[in-house]
Design a protein around this ligand. Structure first.
Ligand SMILES: C[S@@+](CC[C@H](N)C(=O)[O-])C[C@H]1O[C@@H](n2cnc3c(N)ncnc32)[C@H](O)[C@@H]1O
Length: 291
């Protein structure tokens, strides 16, 4: 088994991690950028492969820049974007330059309509660039789809949104090329995780209040039954020697699911309703096992 230490960082309080030059390419609800210091402080010092099966914007992956990784999410458009960045980052950049030049309200809504039409003549690079364009210019960076799977977020009010940052896209492409990308349910994504691997789960959170229940990254929602099944998977992984870390909201239900794990409460500033208009400090938990 190849065991590697975490790389060194310049600014991290735990001087065991280095700054990766790559960063998330999309804004994502539940993105982990703000919680990164707490997560990094609780990671295992050594691991073989890194698994992030609810990767979303993949803030942790881009921060730790692992040599060997499995990134997965059930959002097919998101995983197609990452795959396309690996295969044709130049094509994505070219198309994003076009969106940047054309950006205005009319272009945004025309592009959103074309995205939802799923025009079969579009190349993977057309779709990937459009995903980034809509994500960077939509209201609050919210990727939300309705029951029919249509992206329905209005335009955001930004003066100069960062629609195309070629060097950031190339850095992300290079890092993503080192990972195995899977568009699948989390359970399938971690099926080949072995002793010594490190699995970080960041599922849709257990709702602390009805208004906090944002579960429409895809057309499926994540129910209490799904949280229970996820806890079973996490326990099974720990039992077979994997190192497991999970973040979730600090609710009695989540604590009951992970009572045999180490549970740390952390405070985090979050959007506390689905449109992000209300923000506040909320308690979250980081649970760990197997190290
Ligand atoms: C809290 S977000 C992850 C945020 C991410 N850590 C970041 O930094 O942006 C949860 C993600 O889980 C994905 N998801 C929801 N249900 C899933 C499932 N059953 N299997 C895999 N991914 C799922 C969603 O598409 C979403 O991207």
């Amino acid at each position: 088994m190849v065991v590697r230490s975490l790389p060194r960082a310049r600014r991290d309080p735990r001087p065991a991690l280095r700054d990766s030059i790559a960063a998330p390419v999309v804004k994502w609800v539940g993105g982990k950028t703000k919680l990164l210091p707490e997560l990094l402080a609780r990671m295992p010092e050594r691991f073989a492969r890194y698994y992030e099966p609810f990767c979303g914007g993949a803030a942790v992956f881009f921060r730790i820049a692992p040599e060997r990784a499995v990134l997965a999410d059930s959002n097919a458009d998101l995983m197609a974007l990452y795959t396309c960045l690996v295969r044709d980052v130049a094509g994505v950049i070219r198309r994003l330059e076009h969106h940047r030049a054309a950006h205005c309200e009319a272009h945004y809504y025309a592009t959103r309509t074309r995205w939802n039409d799923r025009d079969s003549s579009w190349s993977p690079a057309d779709r990937a660039a459009t995903f980034i364009y809509l994500n960077k210019t939509c209201f609050n960076g919210l990727w939300r789809v309705n029951r029919a799977g249509a992206f329905n977020v209005p335009i955001g009010r930004y003066t100069d949104p960062p629609i195309c940052v070629p060097e950031a896209l190339r850095a992300a492409s290079a890092l993503l090329a080192r990972a195995t990308l899977r568009c699948t349910d989390y359970g399938t994504a971690v099926a080949d995780a072995r002793r010594g691997d490190f699995v970080y789960f960041d599922p849709p959170y257990d709702p602390v209040a009805p208004t906090a229940n944002f579960t429409s990254y895809t057309t499926d929602s994540f129910t209490a039954g799904d949280q229970r099944a996820l806890a079973d998977t996490a326990h099974a992984l720990a039992a077979r020697g994997c190192q497991v870390m999970l973040s979730n909201s600090d609710t009695p239900f989540v604590r009951s699911l992970y009572k045999s794990f180490r549970i740390d409460r952390v405070r985090c500033v979050r959007a506390i309703n689905s449109n992000g208009a209300r923000r506040g400090e909320v308690d979250e938990v980081i649970v760990t096992a197997g190290y």
